[in-house]
Ligand binder design. Sequence first.
Ligand SMILES: Nc1ncnc2c1ncn2[C@@H]1O[C@H](COP(=O)(O)OP(=O)(O)OP(=O)(O)O)[C@@H](O)[C@H]1O
Ligand SMILES: [Mg+2]
Length: 572
Amino acid sequence: MSLSGAMDISSGLSKYDDRSGVDMDINDSIKALEGLSLAEKKSSSSSSSSPFNGSRRRRSRRLKNKSSSASSSNKPTKKRRMGVSKKSKSVKAKDGVRKVGSTLKKRISGLELKLKSPAKRLSNMLGLVCKDPVYCIALGKYNEYLKDYFMDYKELGLVDNNYITTLGGPSANGFVLRLPFMRPGAGFTAYTAIKCSLMNKSDNLFYEYHIGKNFINPLCKRFPCFVETYGLYRFRSEKDWDIMADYSANGGIAGGAKKMPPLQYMLEQLDTMAWEKSCVDSKHICILIQYFNNVLSLKHYFAEYEFPRIKSDMFGLMYQIYFPLQILRRVYTHYDLHRDNVLLYKPFGDAKKYIEMNYHLASGRVVQFPTEYVCKIIDYGRNYFSNAGAKMNTKKIIEKYICPASECEPDCGEEAGYSILQGRTYNPYVDFYDIYPDIPNMSHDLRLIDSLRKMEMGAYNSYEKNVYNDKHNDYKVDDFKNFFDDYCRIIYKHEWGTPPIVKNTKQSADAVNLDVAKKPAVKNVADVREMLETHIDGFVENVTRVKYDGWLKAGVMHIYEDGRDYEFVAVD
Ligand SMILES: Nc1ncnc2c1ncn2[C@@H]1O[C@H](COP(=O)(O)OP(=O)(O)OP(=O)(O)O)[C@@H](O)[C@H]1O
Ligand SMILES: [Mg+2]
């Protein structure tokens, strides 16, 4: 399909008038869903609907919400707020985009009580839909069904030990394994990733679990760039840790490692733990997270022969990252945003297919670009967060729970994975590359965009310059030049950090014609977003769309600044 058939951006908001459905374009799946009964689900307790609240919703509640008809209480409010007509139920929009969400939901709702064997029927449905991972994991909706079918991934007895593989390269912090969950007769496998620590001093994984579960998970519904956290585990003994660490170090079964004992005998599943307990044998804590196949890190694509694959996508890739970071800037800083902590997920593998991204700004503008990659930010262990609804934030955790606990002695959890997170709490003179996770730092996450260069000679002393040069010697676009140097001057003090600068700098549409010294400075995530928005349309028109000309548009994604959940709409 040619790009000339792309959606009309000016009318983007009014075209998609049913915003809450499950998006499928497989009729068989709808039939299979007719077999989905929820009758067996346990009754549930409910919790506040604040996106930032810390409490868990039970599985049955989730399913109930998902399967109840499109007239659930939240939806009309959202429609009214956006001024979108309530009466329209069209399933086929003018541009060939098919949307079947509300129809599907109503059918599920009508049938839910009739059925006798929900697990089997859910399995049928997933078997049909999940042949294509696009519909299951990356695009959000089926993730919930999968989780339910696999009992929230709490039953490690469902993991097939023959196919546990290692993920990522050797790390100073820990190891990550891919766990395949299977159910007899299901006909498909749900993959997850388990992340464990290498030593007590490694970044504390209970903190990463807490922020994932309570802060990031709700955001996964709004922005496709975040990764969901499923569960918390603890090794039952040091011996069990040894077995898994060896398995990982030897490259899993493929690398000649011995098959591990059933995981449920090695790991205890927990829902939470007291903060002070997270300081005891912290290397025994593991977290289970959403897994993506077909992913490579952004760093991987900076190898000389790989860079051409993403060169034309650079504005879109950065927009996927910095649009949410700008929106969240007062309540969230990643603090470890480098090229290895951004994964590029290719939902369609190597097929020449793309998703048309539509970012609906508060101003009414729609930023639109095609992409074969969905960015995924990972590694939340050093993040600052402030969850107003739950009255919780990083500072409070460190000051109220970690520092006073005898289990976390000495020095505010210094030996238990809290050395970075504690920032200046224990020692006010500490200065570790401006990482102060007790406060947000709007400038720190520029580390990623600042690293899209080989090196910036003048900014470093010779020692740092050599270290930097060694670390970035795989970036071959133009030595010494940042990819965005034509458009702005990115100000970043050091390779690993920079102090917060809150004041914004006005960006210029004419920046490419200005001398280097006169190009607008980019000093924080708000500047990055403005810089990208100033130039993205021209870049997309002249560069990105040239790459995707002749590719097939496989889906349309809508992401909203106003707080609504994102949507994926499959294209016929
Ligand atoms: N959800 C995921 N899906 C697929 N692969 C993943 C996922 N999470 C992590 N990985 C792989 O595992 C690697 C390490 O993950 P992560 O960065 O979270 O751990 P880490 O111990 O902090 O690593 P490091 O210290 O090297 O940054 C990633 O670079 C990636 O290759
Ligand atoms: Mg990492």
